[in-house]
Design a protein around this ligand. Sequence first.
Ligand code: FES
Length: 182
Amino acid sequence: MSTSSQLPEQRSAPMHERRSFLGALFAIVGGVVSATLAVPLIRFATYPLRATAGGTSWSDVGKMDEFTSLTAPVTRTIHVERVDGWRSSFAQNAVYVVPLGAGKLKVLSSVCPHLGCTVRWVDKQNQFVCPCHGGIFTETGALVHGPPLRAMDSLQTKVENGMLKVRFEYFREQVADKEPMA
Ligand code: FES
């Protein structure tokens, strides 16, 4: 009699252990699968944060051949893509390609470092002139006189497959040092 009353307990113990083992196994496999799927999802979700760090992309200025015989600054309109989180917007900005001699060039922003007016190249004066408050700069963008506290802002450049490219940025106005805007 006592043997038959113990049988159900003896049978249920291994079954219980098997269920626990399978439960743990499923939990581990589920955890590994979730973690594997989570990596691309997290990368996807945080893309805007990582993309924003780049700010603006590189813009084409023109083929290097166009600028090899430059003797004075020339203006070019560039198309700038700005990434802001998930959105990207396009704008046009004017820049100056400036010859430095011996085939060297630099690219200046046309945005006046005083209050942001568009600086003009005046051939007759051989100077850059800001029409708003009379800021004057040399042919390479150095400050001559006027209310601006610094030279015209030079921009980052590179050459790819013969194409001069520039990374356009805005800089803080009315400060002596060039500080990129966030
Ligand atoms: S905005 Fe250029 S001098 Fe004031």
